[in-house]
Design a protein around this ligand. Structure first.
Ligand code: UDP
Ligand code: MG
Length: 326
């Protein structure tokens, strides 16, 4: 997405948009629609569902086209390959036309029944309605622990407070969404951005459901990559680690030196220690290379941002009427 005007809601625009990124979710889409349809109709608003197919290799896209044929309020955007959850979500958001836009996962882990509560909060005037999950008993200890650790570190480093269990299930008001669509950064971490923008917000909690069909599309590699993107796009504090280590080690080295000189001048024994000297030097070299790598990561991020390629490419779409989105 390079330069695009935001979606202008027209007279025919739906009032509520549901945006769903989907990667190999063929087994979930029909069930998801069946669960969403009654809930959405009960809100008495006009609505649309936008499914962003993130380069699925199963029949997800055909399923979306078929659903659109049955119900014109279902729309689809197909990305040209797998760009990742955050980009698929952004693609869907960029095509949404509602006055309120709710993003949720395709696997029914985010309960559709919550939508009425989200809308209620929005009608009370909140511009952002966050949700926080309370973990189901069967969630893996690793996921629970790693998620908590990440959010704690992230909040500490970035100064943007974020609680564990906040995923991309939330409602955004049109005004907030238009602001977020102006963010051009490549290292996209929507959870952080939504916290960063401020505005009046409220938080609802929900019980995370089990995945309806298929397995998690977030591999450990994708999780680590998202966490690293989140931290590096929000904080430069890791770059300062080198300064702190430098200060501490110089002070220690100075004390050691003073001690060695003192011993040589005022006693008959010089300080021994070839082995300990080599150990300390190798240890510090190790740290030095880690810091060098860290700086390299940030330089790489600068390159990616400066190049400013489109963040995702759309290869096909169904039901999208406006041509303004990227
Ligand atoms: N997803 C995506 N692209 C990806 C990975 C995931 O669009 O590369 C979608 C996926 O289809 C789902 C949502 O992102 O709708 C969350 O993924 P998942 O349920 O696998 O993550 P988990 O709930 O296990 O963290
Ligand atoms: Mg899931």
């Amino acid at each position: 997405m390079t330069s695009s005007p935001q979606n202008q809601p027209s007279l025919h625009s739906p009032q509520l948009s549901i945006v769903i990124p989907a990667f190999n979710e063929q087994g979930n889409l029909r069930q998801l629609y069946a669960a969403l349809e009654p809930v959405l109709s009960a809100t008495l608003m006009t609505w649309e569902i936008i499914i962003a197919d993130d380069g699925s290799r199963d029949g997800s896209w055909d399923e979306i086209v078929e659903l659109h044929r049955q119900d014109r309020r279902i729309k689809g955007v197909r990305l040209s390959r797998n760009f990742g959850h955050q980009y698929a979500l952004m693609a869907g958001l960029a095509h949404a036309q509602g006055e309120a836009v709710i993003s949720m996962d395709a696997d029914l882990q985010h309960p559709p029944a919550m939508i009425s509560q989200l809308v209620e909060q929005w009608q009370q005037g909140y511009k952002i309605v966050h949700t926080r999950r309370t973990d189901p008993p069967d969630i893996s200890r690793f996921k629970k622990w790693s998620s908590k650790l990440f959010y704690d570190i992230f909040s500490l480093l970035s100064g943007v407070p974020m609680e564990s269990g906040m995923a991309d299930f939330r409602l955004l008001d049109r005004q907030v969404l238009d602001e977020i669509l102006r963010f051009r950064e490549d290292g996209l971490f929507l959870r952080g951005i939504v916290q960063w923008v401020g505005y009046q917000s409220s938080t609802l909690t929900y019980r995370c459901q089990e995945r309806f069909s298929g397995s998690s599309k977030y591999t450990v590699r994708k999780m680590i990559s998202l966490a690293w993107t989140g931290i590096t796009s929000f904080s430069v504090i890791p770059l300062r680690v080198g300064i702190y280590i430098g200060i501490v080690t110089s002070m220690l080295a100075f004390a050691e030196m003073a001690y060695a000189i003192f011993m040589r001048l005022f006693t008959t024994t010089a300080v021994p220690g070839w082995a300990s000297g080599v150990a300390v030097v190798s240890f510090l070299f190790g740290i030095l290379f880690i810091l060098l790598g860290l700086i390299g990561e940030y330089v790489g991020r600068i390159l990616i941002e400066v190049r400013s390629r489109p963040r995702f490419l759309v290869s096909e779409q169904v039901g999208i009427t406006n041509e303004t989105a990227p």
